[in-house]
Structure formats: C-alpha cells, structure tokens
Design a protein around this ligand. Structure first.
Ligand code: GLY
Length: 582
C-alpha cells in the first residue's frame, strides 16, 4: 500500500482556473463511426480511438474510462455495468454482464437490524454497501473477445485527461456540493474532490493522478492489476476500514481478495421482442431493463398510439409501465439464483391478458403483479413468491453509444449506483467504490434478497432496434429505475410519435413505476401537457429533478448516422461523427 503522505499528494489535485472549453454539440450526423456520451472529453476519447483504427468496442472502453475521470460520481472502475455489442460481420448481438456481485460474506439478513431494514442512507455511505466491482473485468472481456486494441491503447486518452485535468463544469460543481456531506465523511474523497472543504469552482482544472496511476497499472498488467495485488488490497482495506474523517463512524464491509480474484463477467444472450415492425433487443437479467421495456411495449402494441390525442397516448405509456413495474418488482432477480418467468412476461399472449388490467381512460391505482406462468412455456420455472417489501431506488449511472465504420455498435450503461456511490475513494487510486448492494431488496422473502455471490437486480437498459435485419437505432439512459421509463418513452416518442431522435430525447420525461404519484422534471408542472394529464387523474411527485441523460445513435437507410445526446440535461451531452455531413 502507498505511504499516507504520497496518497495525500496524489489526491491534492485542484489547481487553477481556466475558461471552459467550446460548447458541446448534442447532435451530429455524417458517415463513419459515431459516438454519443454525456461528456465532451469522453466522446473525444472514443473518436480518437476510432480515428486510430479502433473498433466500436475499443472506442466504448476509451469513452467509459474517460467518463470515470470526468463523471466520477456516476460511474467508474469501482462499479459495474452492462455492455451490449452488435457485431456487424456476424449480424448478432451479445451482452457483457459485469454487474457487481455480493461478497461471499453476504447473507439475506445482512441489511436487517432488530428485525427491521437497515437505514438506507447510512448503509449507502459504508463499506457494507460495496459490491465486487465488475467494470475492469467487463472491459477485459469486451476488448479481448470483440476489440482490436490493448488496454494500454484504449486507456491512453483517459490517462491523458486524468493527468492533465479537465475543467470543472457547473454540473460537476453542483453534484460535488449536493453530495458533499457523504463524500467528506471519507478523507480520500475530500482530498480528491474538495479544496479547503469546498466543492471545486466552476472552471477549476481537476486532475486525478491516482486514477491515472490505476489506469496505467491496468494498461501494463491487464485486469489482474485490479483484481489481484496492491490495487485489490487497497480496495479490500477501504471496504474493511473505510478512511473516515475524524469523528465519523460507518459500517465496515467484508470484501475479500478471493471475492476480487474470483469475479467473472458473464457473456449473456440478449432478450428479443418485436414492436411495430422493429426487433427490439434488450438487456437480460440480472437487469430488469430489457424485460420491463419489452413487456410495456407488448402492452402498448394493442393500441394505435399515434391516432390518439397525445395525453391519451402518454397515459397509456405510463399505464403500461405501471403494469410492467408491478411484474418486475415481483419476479425479477439474478437468473443464477432465481427462476424468473421471463418467457411468460415477454409473451404476446400474456400481454393480451394483462392489457385487460389497463385503464385506457384514467390513471389507475397501484396494481398487483400479473400471473405470467400459464404463458411461460417452460415447465422448469416454478412459481415464486411475490414481492414482500421493496427498497427505495436511487437514480444515477451513465450511458454511452458508439458505432464504427464497419457497422459494429456498442450500447453501454455502467454505474457506481448512487451519486458518488458509497462515497469512498480508494486511497491512492482515485476511484469511488460503488454502493450496488443497496440495489438488493433488504427484507425477504423476495427474489432480489441479498445472497453471497448474487448480482443485485438492475434497471440498466442498453437497447438496440433493428428493422428488416438492419440496425435502426440504439438508445439507453442512466437514472436507476427511471432508466426503464426513459428508454420506453424515447422509443415511443421515436416510433409512435415520429419524433426525430433529438426531439424524442429532449421531450419532457415522466416516470410512472406503479406508484400513486408520477415523477416529472423541473418546468413540467403547469405546462399544457401536465394539465392535460392531470385531467386524466395524474398527480405529480413533489420530488422534481432531471430524469435520465439518454444517448442514442440512429442508423439511416442511406448509410449515414446521427449521434444524439441530451440537449439540456446533465449540462448538455456530446455527439460526434467521424465524417461530418456539414
Ligand atoms: N444502480 C442502478 C441500476 O442498476 O439500475
């Protein structure tokens, strides 16, 4: 382990103030490769790799590593994720599941105290919330199976950004301030992200030499540098003895060297369903994203949405999501631990039955889960108990999309769970550890109860759509459970309402997840759209904040592509193409 004085020097990073760079462009059309991320530096890293001849997988890892520097509160090597890859030559989609897993010490009662669920906030900011990070292993599998470049090559742009620094955006400053209390519980996090106890100023250059070092080690030694040796020992130590500020007490975790050394990513077949002539390819379990979106789309296929008044079509979209969430909450969890009735939930016949529970005229009440078992067509899957108690879910993460000139595509969502994850920066290595264990439902019996080695249920939903066997578009978003509603709503905006993808993404977001109240965004209340929905019985959750930060690429019939990021959320995203149409 590094000497404490050296760790302090590595962590002291905020140096001077420079003007912010040029404005980002959230939409770009042209030919060749394309990228859309929420970070200008991340999109540039992907483009640098594409321009050097790398493929979409190489470029996606380059972008993701850079996001770990510029958007560290959403994602990084201390977390996990789901990467969906379309291989143009083989015309097939595979997924790399590198979701965090529960350490071997975890049992179903780990988050129970005196018969009650542990307090969520104190669990988040602790060593106990940290799952075995999967990101580096996922990148390794993606690069070694489907990439063309080495770790050293693809991490080079991110090492440059971490070493030279990046200008702090308003978004970064705000997130630092909003999460200051949690981050300052840990000395390593305070030293990296705060100066004199204050969040970094807008335009200050933030360097992360510790993360540059971690990436250099991974570049030199491969994934072993993360899962074995000094970096692994630093992770284990940070979980067992979180580096707390004087007077702070947090719960420790037990994540062992064996947990790290034994971590494996999984190559999983994607889920496939159809919607109005498109083949929709989604993420399978342990993410609930693909199943919930597929079920909601199946429900919506029974209505001619584009012939309806907009408020009625939006209402039906929210009712479909309400029903899909009731099922998701009851049945879905890690498929290596639970036999979830996936075929039943995605069957068109089940959708026809379940549609009878939809109220086409008014916002419905909370609904119970349906019974997909008669439609399961797989007798090996037994009946499971329904949800007992559900945890509140946080809403962060990041998503990126990349394509290359050969037609390969990557849709990649990855996370450290809450903003700033557990709040613990691994001393000397400059990355935040996740709090993914809080994506389990604490109180059993429930399919998503914590168990040793199990992956907590996710909502991440990297999605690809094909028409006549050819890629049509790809989309995904961060936002915890709102990922599902954001991706669903963007698909409906694009396919049913015929919006161009930038309008589909920028449209106001509404998130109905089988709750009495529906979540909305700032500026929505009082709008004509809000008033029209209120007439149908909608009531808005008083918690109003941005929902999601989607990124997409559209593949046009003439061979051109349009990369699309957010035009206003998360400080405006960055879309680039290799050869611009303008
Ligand atoms: N932690 C967010 C998700 O997995 O959905």
């Amino acid at each position: 382990m590094s000497h404490p004085a050296r760790r302090f020097a590595l962590a002291c990073t905020i140096v001077l103030i420079i003007p912010l760079g040029h404005a980002r462009t959230p939409v770009a059309s042209g030919t060749g490769g394309a990228v859309a991320t929420i970070s200008e530096q991340a999109s540039q890293s992907a483009m640098a790799i594409l321009n050097k001849g790398g493929n979409a997988v190489d470029a996606a890892v380059a972008a993701a590593a850079t996001l770990g520097v510029t958007d560290p509160y959403s994602c990084g090597i201390g977390g996990g994720g789901f990467m969906m890859i379309y291989l143009a030559k083989d015309k097939r989609v595979i997924t790399v599941d590198h979701r965090e897993s529960a350490p071997g010490s975890v049992s179903p009662s780990v988050f129970q105290e005196n018969g009650k669920d542990s307090d969520l906030d104190t669990t988040i900011a602790s060593g106990a919330s940290v799952g075995v990070p999967g990101t580096v292993r996922g990148w390794h599998e993606a690069l070694s199976r489907y990439g063309t470049m080495s770790f050293k090559q693809v991490l080079a742009p991110a090492i440059g950004v971490a070493s030279k620094g990046f200008p702090v955006s308003e978004n970064f400053r705000r997130l630092s301030a909003e999460n200051q209390k949690k981050l300052q519980m840990f000395t390593s996090s305070s030293a990296l992200y705060f100066k004199d106890g204050k969040p970094p100023a807008l335009g200050a250059v933030l360097k992360n030499p510790g993360l540059a070092r971690a990436y250099r080690d991974i570049g030199a030694q491969g994934q072993k540098a993360f899962y074995q040796g000094p970096m692994a020992r630093a992770i284990v130590e940070a979980v067992a003895r979180p580096p707390v500020a004087p007077g702070v007490r947090v719960r420790a975790g037990t994540l062992s060297m064996a947990d790290l050394a034994n971590y494996e990513a999984r190559i999983r077949q994607p889920l496939k369903t159809t919607y109005r002539g498109y083949e929709i390819v989604g993420m399978p379990l342990p993410s609930s994203g693909g199943i919930a979106i597929g079920e909601a789309l199946n429900l919506l296929e029974g209505y001619k949405l584009k012939a309806l008044p907009r408020a009625s079509a939006e209402h039906l979209t929210m009712e479909a999501s309400r029903l899909a969430f009731a099922d998701r909450n009851a049945y879905l969890a890690d498929p290596e631990y639970v036999d979830a009735p996936v075929a039943g939930l995605l069957s068109k016949e089940y959708a026809a039955r379940r549609r009878t529970a939809m109220n086409a005229e008014r916002a419905g009440p909370k609904v119970l889960a349906g019974d997909p078992y008669p439609f399961q067509n797989d007798p090996s899957v037994p009946q499971r108990p329904q949800a007992a108690r559900l945890m509140a879910e946080n809403a962060h993460t990041t998503h990126l999309a990349v394509s290359d000139k050969e037609g390969n595509i990557v849709a990649y969502t990855f996370t450290i769970e809450s903003w700033g994850g557990s709040g613990i920066v691994v001393p000397g290595y400059g990355f935040l550890l996740n709090n993914e264990m809080t994506d389990f439902d604490f109180g059993g019996p429930h399919p998503n109860v914590p168990e040793a080695g199990k992956r907590p249920r996710s909502s991440m939903a990297p999605t690809m759509a094909f028409k006549n066997g050819k890629p049509a578009f790809t989309v995904g978003s961060p936002g915890g459970a709102t990922i599902i509603t954001t991706v669903l709503q963007t698909i409906v905006n694009y396919i049913d309402f015929g919006m161009p993808m930038d309008k589909a993404i920028n449209a106001a977001r509404l998130s109905q997840r089988n709750d009495a109240l529906t979540e909305t965004e700032p500026g929505f209340a009082g709008s004509a759209q809000a008033l029209a929905l209120e007439k149908l019985g909608y009531k808005w959750n008083p918690k109003i904040e941005e929902i999601g930060a989607a990124n997409a690429i559209v593949f046009h019939a003439d061979g051109t592509v349009t990369a699309v990021s957010e035009g206003k959320r998360h400080g405006v995203g960055s879309a680039l193409v290799q050869k611009s149409a303008h």
